[in-house]
Ligand binder design. Structure first.
Ligand code: BES
Ligand code: ZN
Ligand code: ZN
Length: 492
């Protein structure tokens, strides 16, 4: 996309200005000459700069016409880096609805690092403008897509600000491309389609990639992954993407990401209730976040190496499906009694984690999975569960969560929780005793990570998608985790 930089507001059809709430008053992050007019508008419209408030005002006596998009940010003190991304996204979402395709953003100059702010705003502008229009026969109904972006203010002439804005734009673009895949329903996004799309994104962004189909999965012993996929006519895939990074870091161990990629989770023979089952098309979102981070790493040519693995399968009931009580031997060795076929995410991840640890000598390994409904009970939609026996890794991920906006909250993985996985019939069973469901999931996965590999599990079941429109994004996949992982590769 074309991005321009100006010291002042240019001849642009729409100017985005930011309003902070300060007690009873509004403080504008906007050029001084606009302030009296903004105050007058705000007075008339009863606009106070509350977080999430957004208004479109026509600027009078201007040719060509100019529209002001006023975005409320709430109290200045409460605004973090991720807040700027959401604010830009809100503006871009409103712009699309209003039919504005050229946006000029005011850089706030409120003490925040302007490069960081520009990067976040560009990324937010892109993602906020996204519409999932694949199945809308009337394309125009989805409004006017963004075509030009400008950053305005003294800092906009700064080279580092300009580079950062371009990076944010690239990241936003890769996020949107993957979001199109993540939002596809199960009939369209089969494991084979996910593999093909991932490979074409890999080619486009300079990653190398490989895909295992059924024969290779059988040969390599992915028996638990295959057990999950048995009921579906759509065969599973294991997709591996490699970002080499620059030669300077060629000897560095890679960060390894593993994503649960269930293209649809009906529960299998342990069938889910019908109500709300359609949301299980988002059960692939761990893999989608991994794919988006890998695409971004390639597109941005980040110097550090990373590997992304998507364990893709579909969980359906069938005459050939896995039954409750079936026992399978995992790739790592332990046998698993599958007591509930709906606890399938941990089964596909068990083999994928063991494989990844063995093949790639990870510096650290993190899996992302829409693993348990219990994490939604626990944390709602505001944070993902973080489970890890490694304190250093946990601290790093928590910090990344705060700065990326993909917030994490820790849950314990004490050895006592392993007790609940015992069964007389195999080395372990795939469900716990009904308590601490999210932790039981983490405790299960832990058994398949070799000792010495720093590992963490992110349960993103509550954060991977939104059922309702939000001010900064429409209903559907959020790609929660992608921003966090990208920031991590940038700064491991
Ligand atoms: N994909 C689901 C988890 C899920 C539930 C994600 C709701 C998002 C919203 C997962 O495969 C699952 O079904 N988990 C079971 C585990 C249980 C059988 C131990 C669950 O959470 O009920
Ligand atoms: Zn399930
Ligand atoms: Zn699932």
């Amino acid at each position: 996309m074309k991005i321009d930089f100006y010291p002042d507001f240019p001849r642009f059809p729409a100017w985005v200005v930011w309003a902070f709430r300060k007690g009873d008053k509004t403080e504008w992050a906007a050029p001084a000459e606009l302030q009296p007019m903004l105050r007058a508008f705000a007075e008339r419209a009863n606009f106070r700069g509350d977080k999430g408030a957004i208004q479109v005002w026509p600027l009078e006596n201007r040719k060509p016409a100019v529209v002001l998009l006023a975005v409320g940010l709430g109290p200045a003190a409460g605004l973090s880096g991720p807040g700027w991304e959401q604010a830009a996204a809100m503006a871009a979402r409103q712009a699309r609805k209003t039919g504005l395709s050229d946006l000029a953003f005011a850089l706030a100059e409120n003490g925040a690092d302007p490069a960081d702010q520009a990067r976040r705003m560009a990324r937010g502008a892109r993602t906020g403008n996204y519409v999932f229009s694949r199945f809308l026969t009337d394309e125009k109904a989805s409004g006017a897509p963004l075509s030009r972006l400008a950053f305005c203010g003294k800092a906009a002439l700064n080279r580092s600000v300009q580079a950062a804005a371009r990076e944010g734009d690239i990241e936003g673009k890769t996020l949107n491309e993957v979001r199109d895949l993540a939002n596809l329903p199960g009939n369209e996004a089969t494991p084979a389609v996910i593999a093909d799309t991932a490979m074409s994104l890999a080619r486009k962004y300079g990653l190398s990639g490989s895909v295992m189909t059924r024969p290779q999965l059988e040969k390599n012993g992915f028996r638990t992954l295959l057990a999950v996929a048995r009921g579906s006519r759509n065969d599973p895939r294991l997709i591996t993407l490699r970002h080499k990074g620059s030669p300077r870091y060629a000897k560095e161990k890679p960060l390894v990401f593993v994503g649960k990629t269930l293209t649809f989770d009906s529960g299998g023979i342990s069938l889910k209730p019908g109500k709300g089952m359609e949301w299980m098309r988002y059960d692939k979102c761990g893999g989608m976040a991994v794919l988006a981070a890998m695409a971004a790493a390639g597109a941005l040519k980040l110097p550090r190496p990373a590997i992304g693995i998507l364990a893709a399968a579909e969980n359906l009931p069938d005459g050939n499906a896995t039954r409750p009580g079936d026992v399978v031997r995992s790739l790592a060795g332990p046998t698993i009694e599958i007591l509930n076929t709906d606890a399938e995410g941990r089964l596909v991840l068990a083999d994928a984690l063991a494989w990844a640890a063995k093949q790639y000598n990870p510096k650290a390994m993190v899996d992302l999975a829409t693993l348990t409904g219990a994490v939604v009970i626990c944390l709602g939609h505001e944070a993902a569960g973080l489970l890890s026996p490694d304190e250093t890794l946990s601290e790093r991920l928590l910090a990344l969560g705060r700065q990326s906006g993909d917030r994490l909250w820790p849950l314990p993985l004490w050895p006592e929780y392993d007790e609940a996985l015992k069964t007389p019939f195999a080395d372990l069973k795939n469900i716990g005793d009904g308590s601490a469901g999210t932790i039981a999931g983490g405790a299960f996965l832990k058994k398949f990570v070799p000792p010495g590999v720093p590992w963490a599990h992110l349960d993103i079941a509550g954060t991977a998608w939104t059922e309702k429109d939000l001010p900064w994004q429409g209903a559907g996949a959020t790609l929660f985790g992608a921003r966090l992982l990208t920031d991590w590769i940038r700064n491991p």
